[in-house]
Structure formats: structure tokens, C-alpha cells
Design a protein around this ligand. Sequence first.
Ligand SMILES: Cc1ncc(COP(=O)(O)O)c(C=O)c1O
Length: 401
Amino acid sequence: MTAGTHWWERPDLRYRDGRLEFGGQDLAPLASAGTPAYVYRAGRVRDNLERLHAALDAAGVPHDVYFALKANRHGPLLDALQATGRCGIDACSPAEVRLALAHGFREEQVSFTGHAVSEADLDILASHPGVHVNCDAISTIRRLGRRGAGRRIGIRLNPGIGAGYNERLQYAGDKPTKFGVYPDRFDEALAAAAGLGLVVDTLHFHVGCGYQGDALAVLEQVLQNTMRLLDAHPGIRRLNVGGGLGVRMTESDVPLDLDRWAAVIARHAVPRGLRIAVEPGDYLVKDAGLLLVQANTVEDKAGTRFVGVDAGLGIANHWAYYRIPMVAAPLRLQPGAPRQRVTISGNINEALDLLAEDVELPPLAEGDFLALLNVGGYGSAMLSNHCMRGACWEILLPGDG
Ligand SMILES: Cc1ncc(COP(=O)(O)O)c(C=O)c1O
């Protein structure tokens, strides 16, 4: 494999003369300045956002996009998103609501969907009447309603079937899950809202995180089920289809075709005149961020070559916790160099602290830098200081246009 032939290369992320560039910038000087370091590119986030809008527009779907803040809350990136004026924020905690407002989003641009919402949380939400709240339990409806009538709310429905990068990231299925009101209690939820003077204007569902092109049948099924409820309650004019749109993580993934995705939604929403909300996290930021690390220990152990690096699962837990693969890419590539299979291990004292297992890479030496790709979502946002190894840099590339 030579430069320019990796499946993940694209105009803004590619090798040029054996140097890995992101947004036209050689990453090696950045890595030399300090690792581990998350590096983001706002231009890519904007492109992802515009692609989503374009697909829904082309399918004739009136819609609003809310960026799921939980995926990445790096301040400069939020500022860049806010400056586009092309999305609001999906928040799942009062702290996320406040962060969104602090970055210039208006209350009316914030959609809240949270689970296990406490009395203190509800007090804060009540003090932001413009924030739209999707209630994920009848209990939440009752307790929010006690804080005042008249508010417009959504009801989060448990869709019963899920989809995601893998079974760990499916939010509904045969086993009961904690999210949303099940359809058999939907009428009870509506009655609770009506009894307290809350106006239900939205139905919400979220199937899971990371569904790809082969999961559109699940979305279709969920939409069909949801339409039965909406047809029975024509006063609900908005459908929030959640987030969960996946990014291609391996060469063999079936990429999500946004036009097909939008067509599935349009088939149900357009004839009914529904307005669609979508709240992607990963889809906007995952492939807009990478993690620079440095190899410090290269050693063969029982037939496996381990490349130990200066970050672990406290900094990037995608593989260790979720079995979501990260692509490892050396910052320098020698043309024609032989390749070998290696496992990239982190600096946390836990057996599961691996960043990539049995991946093919050119020979790596101690001191070499690597980029772990597709970590712009749920990377820095989930930092932990386990083993006191949580320190890392975050850089938004300048000059992104
Ligand atoms: C209700 C809801 N919306 C949106 C998201 C964002 O998901 P993703 O980053 O996969 O798009 C999540 C993630 O957990 C969620 O629970």
C-alpha cells in the first residue's frame, strides 16, 4: 500500500510526499509540539452539516438540524458551528444547555432530550422556557408540567428496534432499554401532558449511534411504526428522528447514502406535512477530528508486536469500550515499506486498554508519531483522568475558511 491508496484518504486528509496532511497542514510539526493532541477541522464539520441539509432539501423535507453537543464540546468548534447559523444544539443535561447558550445559541435553538432528569434539572429547564424539552418518561412530563402550563414539549418514544455501529450502541431492542416511552404507554403520556396544560408538538426517537447504509430498513420500520401514532394524533406536527447517523469506520462498511436516508424520511414526512428535526453528533464531527499520539515502547510479546503510545482509554475509548475501530496512520510514510501487523496499546493499567488490535502498518519505531482517525466525536468529550493520564491538547486548525 502506498501514499494515496488508503480508503480513508480524501482531499483534506491525505498523504503528500509521504507526509500526512489535514486541511493542507503537515501534522508532524503539530505532533512535535506535544502529544496526545486532538486536532479538529471546522471546514470538515461545516461540509458534513451542509451535506445533511442538502440531502433533506433535495428530498423536499422541511427540517432543523441540532448538533448533539455531547459528541464534542470544544469551545472554538462550537463557536464555528454557531457562526454558520445553520444548526441548533441538542443538549442532554442542564450544563450542556448552559454551554450552548454561552456560545451564542439562543434558547429557541436548543432542543433538550435527557434521561433520569432530576428535580434540580427541571428547575433549570423551567428557567429557560424557550428550550424545547423532549420528555423521555411520563414522570418527566408530570414533574415538568407541575412547573407551569403552556410549554410545548416532545415525547421521546422508544422505537423498539435499534441500529448502530454494533450491538453496544443500539438504543432499543428485544431487551427493554431505559430510553423513551414505549408505544403502549403513549396515550398515557399524552393524557399526562394534557392534564397539566403541556402542548405536545413533537414526537422523538433515537435508534442508536452509528447506523450505516445497511440499517436503512430499521429506520424505515421505525418510521412506519411512528406514523401509526402520528396519524392517530394529527396535532403533533414535528418528528425528531434523533441522531445516530454513522461515519464509515472500516473499508468494508456500507457508507450511509444520505440521499437514500433522506428519501426514506421524505416518503413518510412530506405527504403528512411534518417538519423533521435531526440531531447528529458523530456525523458532523467524527471524521473532522483525529488524535496525534507518539509511540514510546515497541516490543514483541508472545508473537504480537505491541506499539505502546502516550494515550489510553481515558483519552480515546472508542475501541476499548465500544469496539469502534480507529484507523491508525503514521505521520510519515516511506513508499514501498513492508507492512506488519501490530496492536496499539495505551498507557492505562488495564488489560482492555488497547487502541487498535491486529492492524497492518509500516514498521514503527519508538518516537514515531501516529494519527488515530475518526475520533472527532466522543473523544475529548469523554476524557477521564484514569491513572492520571487524562492530559491532552485540543487544537482547532486555523485558516479553515
Ligand atoms: C437522544 C440523542 N440524540 C442524539 C444523539 C447523538 O448521537 P450520534 O452522535 O450518534 O449522532 C444521542 C447520542 O447518544 C442521543 O441519545
